[in-house]
Ligand binder design. Sequence first.
Ligand code: FE2
Length: 346
Amino acid sequence: MVQYYFLGRGAISNLQDLLNNKKAGAKDAFVVMVIDHYFENKNILDLSYLSAEDLIIYAETDEEPKTSYVDKLVDLARSKGRLPVAVVGIGGGSAMDIAKAISVLLTNEGPSENYQGWDLVKNPAIYKIGVPTIAGTGAEFTRTAVLTGPTKKLGINSDQSVFDQIILDANLLTTVPKEQFLYTAMDCYVHNAESLLGRINDSMTIALAEKSTKMIEEIFLGEMDLEKLLVASGMGGLAVANSAVGICHPLSYGLSIELGLRHGYAICIAFNQLEEYYPQVKTFKEILKKYEIVLPKIITDDITDEQLDRMAEATLKNENPLSNAFGPDWKNIFSKAKVIELLKKM
Ligand SMILES: [Fe+2]
């Protein structure tokens, strides 16, 4: 779990002190700031306290982070010839995951794809701070940094990829477009549903996921409250980090890898067709209706059988989530034909 957080409107003002404390006493200390490129040339973030030594990376986030991109950024940070005292990730899931990955890779040799998997990181990472500017990914709370490599989309899952400190500031959420805002929040709603209906959970993750679900329903069917949403997102992140996802995420990975759909969007496209597994789909549809969002049909006649097959293969690679959802016998329950049948509805 993340040990320290600041929560509240204006909480971002704590970042300056946190970084100055890390730099204190070292003449050539520097920090790496990974900031979603959306914030470039916009007067939203105050970075006036940074020095010329600090490295600001406006990260490309139009695509989800690739291992090759992360490796390039690590080389850039290494070109300073010394290690930074902190790595900060400001943005959505992608920017935060890039920051997590950089902090791990700066102290662990080799390309990032070597660390895609579970507990492959040997050396302690650089101190890191996460600042979400969209709510729902859970990236600020989890130990995964999801990267798309040459052969697989898989996280660096390690105790070293957990933020040391996070800053939850509702003022930073106000810039997100409506659709993206909703898709990302629904990612959290889906994490909760998958966690609750899986086999890998305990009283703690159930309590967190139930409360997070209730809060999201109150927020989206009742009154919008951004701070409450950040908390719901965090609780959902904690729940899923200590349990597992289920059927929706594997299907969404198939859509994302083959068609390049962004995570939250792919999750919504998939979840919309999973009513037979998750009762929460009904409420999800009510929320879409209230926000006047109509999800398009993604799997059209233009999609070839080969593409569908690759999507199904990518889905069925996710052994852990699928056995969480269906039990150890999942391969006999969730067949490739069933996956393709579901994909065709999306
Ligand atoms: Fe997700």
